[in-house]
Design a protein around this ligand. Structure first.
Ligand code: C2E
Ligand code: CA
Ligand code: CA
Ligand code: CA
Length: 278
């Protein structure tokens, strides 16, 4: 029995080592992903609530791993955060989004703006404004073509610092959306003090619409408050025509979700646009 115990222990030990090694090689691969051209941005269209016109697209990172295939950001963003390389990935994404919208505009592809996600580390970096404006200047992209998304929890890590940073971004004409609204721990009162332009209603509040009376009440309250504060509202995760109708009736400015399109590679967004128009 003792020997068996030892063997079991050794087995766990080896399994743990194996996991640790896998994790390390994953991290090492991720560090080299950008240089090896394995990172890619997908784009998910955002439609105007009332008439369905294309108003923008959210850029979402993908990693084309040679053996694992397309890796989800839900898998590699947390690793990048722990490994301290999230800021590099985020900068790559911003640079690529700027290059892409400049290319689209040059070729007459009607994508009004692209929303780019910022990690907490990026947002709270003292030189964020300089970094962003330099990237946009290099790509010859006016600030109005780019929207930045930060999550509610990013802002709440340092609310006073967030207010100052948002003011500086605004001075440069950069609009900021608060992502995943309602999932963090900010009070509704915070919305008054944070100089943001757009509020993204989290998918968890959209998912059970319109059947769920509580979620309908929450969505209605959030949209009403946002409108009174002069913020635009984006509903994310719209999957059904009933959700679309409910949210459009509420006065949601923009809708985003699988009902319209999944996140797509840049070339497929162009094809989608042609179909959407035609
Ligand atoms: P997010 O910013 O909340 O992005 C929306 C996520 O919801 C995307 O997942 C999108 O594919 C998914 N989604 C959109 N519509 C629907 C729908 O109708 N139904 C369902 N079930 N899902 C929908 P994705 O692309 O896997 O990204 C996951 C998260 O990874 C993002 O959540 C964001 O937090 C993070 N992420 C992605 N790209 C970046 C990036 O460039 N920088 C940073 N810091 N984070 C990123
Ligand atoms: Ca987002
Ligand atoms: Ca979101
Ligand atoms: Ca979300």
């Amino acid at each position: 029995a003792k020997a068996a115990g030892r063997n079991t222990f050794r087995f766990y030990d080896e399994a743990m080592n194996r996991r640790a090694r896998l994790r390390l090689s994953f991290e090492a691969d991720l560090r080299r992903a950008a240089a090896r051209g394995q990172l890619e941005l997908f784009y998910q269209p955002q439609l105007r609530g009332d008439d369905g016109a294309l108003v923008g697209a959210e850029a979402l990172l993908r990693w084309r791993h040679p053996e694992r295939g397309l890796v989800s950001p839900l898998e590699f963003i947390p690793v990048a955060e722990e490994a301290g390389i999230i800021a590099e990935l985020g900068e790559w994404a911003l640079r690529e989004a700027a290059r892409q919208i400049a290319d689209w505009r040059r070729r007459g592809v009607a994508v009004p703006r692209v929303a780019v996600n910022l990690s907490a580390r990026q947002f709270h970096a003292p030189d964020l404004v300089e970094r962003v404006t330099r990237i946009l200047a290099e790509a010859e992209v006016p600030s109005a073509w780019i929207e930045l998304e930060i999550t509610e929890s990013t802002a709440m890590q340092d609310p006073a610092g967030a207010v100052r940073m948002l003011q500086r971004l605004r001075e440069h004409g950069l609009e900021v959306a608060m992502d995943d609204f309602g999932t963090g721990h900010s009070s509704l009162g915070m919305l008054r003090t944070l100089p943001i332009d757009v509020l993204k209603l989290d998918r968890s509040f959209v998912q059970h619409l319109p059947a769920s009376g509580t979620d309908a009440a929450v969505a209605t309250a959030v949209v009403t408050l946002a409108r009174q504060l002069g913020l635009a509202v984006v509903a994310e995760g719209v999957e059904t025509p009933a959700q679309r109708a409910f949210l459009a009736d509420l006065g949601c400015d923009r809708l985003q979700g699988f009902l319209f399109a999944r996140p797509l590679p840049a070339a497929e967004v162009e094809a989608w646009l042609l179909r959407h128009r035609g």
